[in-house]
Write a protein that binds this ligand. Structure first.
Ligand SMILES: *[C@@H]1O[C@H](CO)[C@@H](O)[C@H](O)[C@H]1NC(C)=O
Ligand SMILES: *[C@@H]1O[C@H](CO)[C@@H](O)[C@H](O)[C@H]1NC(C)=O
Ligand SMILES: *[C@@H]1O[C@H](CO)[C@@H](O)[C@H](O)[C@H]1NC(C)=O
Ligand SMILES: *[C@@H]1O[C@H](CO)[C@@H](O)[C@H](O)[C@H]1NC(C)=O
Ligand SMILES: *[C@@H]1O[C@H](CO)[C@@H](O)[C@H](O)[C@H]1NC(C)=O
Ligand SMILES: *[C@@H]1O[C@H](CO)[C@@H](O)[C@H](O)[C@H]1NC(C)=O
Length: 200
């Protein structure tokens, strides 16, 4: 079954003045592979790298499987240990180094950091991703359409119970299809060079 993020209600946490305008240095391509790690922007963090994220499971159909970026803590399998950013495409490589996985930009109705893997189908990858350098971060951080401060980590009440990355939770909060009280919190997504990744 396909994970449906509209199935729950989120409690909103607005990141405090995260929109302070500085000159942003965005790149559509990063010269090295990386993994993602989620850093709290409203709560304190255990360290400056953040909680490691992996491609969690989000169902499949014949010939294609789907994933959501989820915390390794909630989904302790790291089948895609290297990501890359090339011309705005966010790509994932499996353990053998194969590239059959692209990320989709969040869109209205599915505002998540979602991925699809297929050796059968070919969908043009999103070109909306970028890496942004902000003075407050030692790592480049992931943005979509230049926006880096609308990512949230949301616990799930679904069967697999993954804590996954969503975007712009106002749209999740406005979908009251599921009577759960889900607490999302604002995060930034660090792009941690693979050589420095705790899981490499
Ligand atoms: C922009 O970021 C790149 C790395 O992503 C770095 O090499 C470059 O020096 C930065 N430019 C400025 C003006 O900060
Ligand atoms: C940083 O803290 C997170 C918990 O938020 C932990 O999962 C991760 O392993 C820590 N990373 C390092 C490099 O200590
Ligand atoms: C963010 O902070 C909350 C509350 O302290 C904590 O439960 C959560 O594990 C933290 N998440 C990360 C990614 O560090
Ligand atoms: C990222 O890793 C893949 C798989 O190992 C490799 O083919 C690719 O060249 C790497 N990309 C960069 C920019 O290092
Ligand atoms: C990933 O994106 C590239 C570039 O758009 C595309 O050629 C490739 O077929 C995509 N892969 C999948 C599995 O959709
Ligand atoms: C966030 O979601 C709200 C409500 O659906 C929408 O009006 C707004 O345009 C979205 N913002 C972005 C940056 O996508």
């Amino acid at each position: 079954m396909l994970f449906n993020p509209s199935n729950f209600v989120a409690t909103l946490l607005i990141p405090g003045c995260a929109l302070a305008v500085t000159t942003l240095n965005a790149s559509a391509t990063l010269g090295h592979n990386f993994t993602l790690a989620a850093l709290n922007t409203t709560f304190s963090n255990a360290n400056s790298t953040g909680a490691p994220l992996v491609l969690g499971s989000a169902g499949s159909v014949d010939g294609e499987s789907f994933h959501l970026s989820s915390t390794y803590y909630s989904y302790p399998f790291d089948d895609y240990p290297a990501l890359s950013l090339v011309n705005g495409n966010l790509r994932a490589f499996d353990r053998e180094g194969n590239w059959h996985t692209n990320a989709s930009a969040p869109f209205m109705g599915y505002e998540a950091l979602s991925w699809a893997t297929s050796t059968f189908y070919s969908d043009p990858a999103s070109t909306a991703f970028s890496a942004i350098n902000i003075p407050a971060s030692i790592y480049p951080i992931l943005a979509v359409n230049g926006v880096y401060n609308l990512w949230y980590l949301c616990p799930s009440d679904m069967r697999l119970g993954q804590d996954s990355v969503y975007y712009n939770t106002t749209s999740i909060a406005s979908s009251k299809a599921y009577p759960a009280d889900i607490n999302c919190y604002s995060v930034t997504l660090n792009m941690v060079p693979v050589s420095m990744s705790p899981m490499s």
